[in-house]
Design a protein around this ligand. Structure first.
Ligand code: ZN
Length: 166
């Protein structure tokens, strides 16, 4: 009779559980009697596709390359260092980092790429006086703008920055 532990291990891997299962010491095995070569039945098709983080990131890298080959975004590139972290929240600094969620949505991937690039554009020192003036005017026009997630940015300043950026 088998214990349920071997069945739980693959499920834990799929769900990303970090719980480790206790490993049982190997049981002594009696020598098996001589048999004819067994014929294995074909492996049944799985009802799911299992991807690893590395595969998701490689797919995203390929998708981004394809997008950048088909769209002339040269004037929107302000940083050339791009990282892909499958499950990260996309961000611009210190290294522009994209997640793998849009690997099958070229338009969204392009939008996200340009969005994070624009953060680098607005971060240039020469842009700061104009950016500050724009945010001040927006704050005056929209005094009730959201000051936090999920309606706005991380805070009031982030919301105003994204009103300029978007
Ligand atoms: Zn942003």
């Amino acid at each position: 009779m088998r214990t349920p532990v071997p069945l739980l291990a693959p499920l834990a891997l799929i769900l990303g559980c970090s719980q480790t299962l206790p490993s049982a010491p190997p049981a002594p095995r009696a020598p098996e009697p001589a048999q004819a070569t067994p014929i294995s039945p074909p492996a049944p098709e799985l009802p799911v596709t299992i991807s690893t983080t590395e595969e998701l990131e490689a797919e995203t890298k390929d998708a981004l390359r394809a997008v950048l080959r088909t769209h002339d975004v040269g004037r929107w590139v302000f940083t050339r260092d791009i990282a892909i972290d499958a499950f990260a929240i996309p961000h611009s600094h210190p290294v522009l980092t994209l997640h793998a969620r849009y690997r099958k949505s070229p338009d969204r991937l392009l939008l996200l790429f340009v969005h994070e690039q624009l953060h680098w554009y607005l971060d240039e020192p020469a842009k700061q006086p104009g950016l500050a003036a724009a945010k001040a005017e927006l704050a005056q026009r929209y005094p009730d703008h959201p000051g936090g997630l999920p309606e706005g940015g991380f805070n009031s300043d982030s919301t105003l920055l994204h009103l300029v950026l978007c």
